[in-house]
Design a protein around this ligand. Structure first.
Ligand code: RB5
Length: 144
C-alpha cells in the first residue's frame, strides 16, 4: 500500500500520477489535498504518518518545486524522503539510500517524466551491503 499527497501546486501532477497508479494496479491512500490551498508541511505529515505507522511502506509527495514537501518529510523520524526530478536519481535513491518517500515538483516536471520516476522508484529494491551501513549511520543522525 502506498500513500500519496500534494499541496495545491502539486495537485494536477498528483491526479496524473494517481491515474498511472490505477493503470498499474497499485493501491494507494490519498491524504489530500483535493485542489484547495494547502500547506505542504501538513500534507507531508499526513502522508508520512501512514509510513511511520506501518499502514504504507512507501509514499509519494508533490508540491510546486518538491523542495518544501521533501524538507518537511525529512523532519519526521523514520522518513527518508528523496526529491527526484529524473529517472537516475529515483533509481539510485532506492538502490543506495533506501528512500521510502518520493517527492516531485508539479511545476517542474510533466506527467511522462513523473510516471517513469514513479515506476522505477516502486520497482527498485534497496541494494543493502555497504549501503545498509550508510543508511544506518544516516538514521542515527535523527538521535542528535
Ligand atoms: C506553493 O505556492 C509552493 O510554495 C509550494 O508548492 C512548494 O513549491 C514549496 O516548496
Amino acid at each position: 500500500m502506498l500513500a500519496i499527497g500534494s499541496d495545491h501546486a502539486g495537485y494536477t501532477l498528483k491526479c496524473e500520477v494517481k491515474k498511472y497508479l490505477e493503470q498499474k494496479g497499485v493501491q494507494y491512500i490519498d491524504c489530500g489535498c483535493n485542489g484547495e490551498r494547502a500547506d505542504y508541511p501538513d500534507i507531508a505529515k499526513a502522508v508520512c504518518d501512514k509510513v511511520t505507522g506501518g499502514e504504507c511502506d512507501k509514499a509519494i509527495l508533490i508540491c510546486g518545486t518538491g523542495i518544501g514537501i521533501s524538507m518537511s518529510a525529512n523532519k519526521i523520524k523514520g522518513i527518508r524522503a528523496a526529491l527526484c526530478q529524473d529517472y537516475y536519481t529515483a533509481k539510485y535513491t532506492r538502490l543506495h539510500n533506501d528512500a521510502n518517500v518520493l517527492c516531485m515538483g508539479g511545476r517542474v516536471i510533466g506527467a511522462g517524466t513523473a510516471e517513469e520516476i514513479v515506476e522505477v522508484f516502486l520497482d527498485t529494491e534497496f541494494e543493502g551491503g555497504r549501503h545498509a551501513d550508510r543508511v544506518e549511520k544516516m538514521m542515527k543522525l535523527e538521535q542528535g
